[in-house]
Ligand binder design. Structure first.
Ligand code: CAA
Length: 258
């Protein structure tokens, strides 16, 4: 498959997948989600470590594509959520380690993509958040599930309920990322970590990942499906239409709870 929105570089067993949609800060539309799904499903067996990052200096991924979502109905909202959730679950369950190198805005579906990776490192310019409720929707690509697991329920609920955006140092403090670097150092540090991992025994790495995921993932599929359904339900509300229209018209939304 030819990719319109992914840039792939692969050398000596380390592969870099860059999400590239510069006009929308790498926002994830359904074509990109299908490309990611295809890419991770068909990853060459010679790849031992995958690094995921965003193209350009400003964004890792600024979320799911709001313009595409604005007019979806409940069923379409559910399908859209499922598309991203399945692609991200494939990343989470890949046999090889996956590092997210977060280089800028990492919001909504972007934060969800980073959280599906095994390890996150960030530039000091990165900003993280789950701003969905400000658009009249819930997080959709398994953010409710993974954020709570990673940073604990209390902080996850604060982030999801307030939609607040946090800086890289705060993401480090709460354990959302493992390390923070100068922007120009980020990819070198990601490569360094990938190189260290690559020198270890592939099967031992695969089994270690499976073991860590096994207890962590106990209720994953049920929790993810529930989120897909609730994400879809949001698209039957006036608030979702208002929230997304407000973003696209660059104004504040007026939510009515319907
Ligand atoms: N979807 C579609 N377009 C997006 C986008 C998104 N998530 N994020 C940014 N863009 C577009 C903007 O509309 C803008 O397009 P135009 O130039 O045509 O106006 C362009 O990218 C540049 O963005 P801004 O002008 O807004 O840049 P900024 O520096 O002023 O602000 C930002 C950057 C704070 C990231 C802001 O763009 C923003 O708030 N984006 C939306 C973030 C968001 O809400 N993400 C969650 C989406 S919902 C989701 O992800 C659901 C899910 O869980 C599956």
């Amino acid at each position: 498959m030819e990719y319109s929105f992914l840039k792939i570089e692969s050398k000596d067993g380390i592969c870099i997948m860059k999400v590239s949609a510069p006009k929308s800060l790498n926002a994830l539309n359904s074509t990109i989600l299908k490309e990611i799904d295809d890419f991770v499903s068909n990853l060459d067996k010679s790849v031992r470590v995958l690094i995921i990052t965003g193209d350009g200096e400003k964004a890792f991924v600024a979320g799911a594509d709001i313009a595409e979502m604005a007019n979806l109905n409940e069923q379409q909202g559910y399908e859209f959520s499922k598309l991203g959730a399945l692609a991200f679950r494939r990343i989470e369950t890949l046999e090889i380690p996956v590092i997210a190198a977060v280089n800028g805005f990492c919001l909504g579906g972007g934060c969800e993509l980073a959280m599906a990776c095994d390890i996150r490192i960030a530039s000091n310019k990165a900003k993280f958040g789950q701003p969905e409720v400000g658009l009249g929707i819930t997080p959709g690509f398994s953010g409710t599930y993974r954020l709570a697991k990673l940073v604990g329920q209390g902080y996850a609920k604060e982030m999801i309920f307030t939609g607040k955006v946090i800086k890289a140092d705060e993401a480090l403090r709460i354990g959302l990322v493992n390390a923070v670097y100068e922007p120009e150092e980020l990819m070198d540090k990601a490569m360094e970590m990938a190189q260290t991992i690559k020198e270890k025994a592939p099967l031992a790495l695969q089994y270690a990942k499976e073991c860590i995921n096994e207890s962590y993932d106990l209720y994953a599929d049920g929790a993810i499906e529930m989120e897909n359904k609730d994400f879809g339900r949001c698209f039957a509300t006036e608030d979702q239409k208002e929230g997304m229209a407000a973003f696209l018209e660059k104004r504040k939304p007026n939510f009515v709870g319907k």
